[in-house]
Design a protein around this ligand. Structure first.
Ligand SMILES: Nc1ncnc2c1ncn2[C@@H]1O[C@H](COP(=O)(O)OP(=O)(O)OP(=O)(O)O)[C@@H](O)[C@H]1O
Ligand SMILES: [Mg+2]
Length: 247
């Protein structure tokens, strides 16, 4: 059984039909990448899994560790062990780094809402553990988050997710707007999170960087999955990369 499974998911914004029979699975312990161009449906897929509304999932099933979570409230999904680091990072610009991390404490170590059949994964980290993970954040703990560099803001957004009890971490374009050197630092952080046993679903437009760290990849185009395979297979599949990813 896969940790996360989507079977024939159809999602809508109002009457606008975006995801069309999306099926994908994420295996425990892997880094899975969902790739595609602007507007392909990547964020919509993550929001559908996370229980964010909109979109509305009108057909299909989403199961997490064997429990159906389709249509569950975002808070339930989050407390059940799935965390989402959203595209816009959603940190509080006027609050300090430490205050931003403190706000994440509410979600920490809460009991699992999906019942006992779900194995709850890693306990959420404490602020001290997040600082050990990202020393850069500790150096800047009393700095207003809005004045952090793009890479530091991404670390803060990931740091907040690490405070949650997380079995599956979903990252929506963590490399967006970052210089190559900073991408490397975030890449390194993602690999360490993976090594510590958290399963990752990574959404990226930067296909080259994502293929670099992913075990398996999906490509989505106009709301449909058009490729599924290992990172190696996608690296060798020039036609798919050129046609759907432009690289
Ligand atoms: N709140 C919304 N209301 C209506 N349509 C939306 C909404 N959000 C997204 N869409 C549409 O759904 C489609 C898929 O958008 P989505 O945000 O999932 O794309 P994406 O693959 O994440 O793109 P990007 O790489 O630009 O972030 C797009 O056509 C978009 O315009
Ligand atoms: Mg998006």
């Amino acid at each position: 059984m896969s940790l996360l499974e989507l079977e024939g998911v159809d999602a809508y914004y109002g009457e606008s039909h975006i995801l069309r029979a999306v099926s994908l699975s994420v295996e425990e312990g892997e880094i899975c990448a969902l790739l595609g161009r602007n507007g392909a449906g990547k964020t919509t897929t993550l929001r559908s899994i996370a229980g964010a509304k909109p979109p509305a999932v009108r057909d299909g099933r989403i199961t997490f560790d064997g429990t159906e979570v389709t249509g569950r409230a975002a808070e339930d999904v989050s407390m059940g062990g799935i965390s989402l680091v959203p595209e816009e990072r959603r940190i509080f610009a006027d609050l300090t780094v430490a205050e931003n991390l403190h706000l994440a404490d509410v979600a920490r170590n809460r009991s699992n809402t999906f019942g006992r059949s779900i194995r709850i994964g890693r306990d959420g980290m404490t602020t001290e553990e997040v600082f050990e993970f990202f020393p850069r954040l500790e150096e800047r703990d009393s700095q207003k988050a809005g004045t952090l560099s793009g890479g530091e803001q991404q670390m803060l957004a990931i740091g907040r997710a690490l405070k949650q009890t997380t079995e599956l971490m979903m990252l929506d374009e963590p490399y967006e707007g970052l210089a190559p050197q900073i991408i490397e630092a975030v890449e390194h952080a993602i690999e360490r999170i993976s090594d510590a046993g958290t399963t990752l679903l990574l959404v990226e437009q930067n296909a080259v960087a994502a293929i670099n760290i992913a075990d398996r990849c999906y490509v989505i185009d106009q709301g449909e999955i058009v490729f599924e395979g290992s990172a190696e297979e996608l690296r060798e599949d020039d036609e798919t990369r050129e046609r759907y990813l432009g690289v």
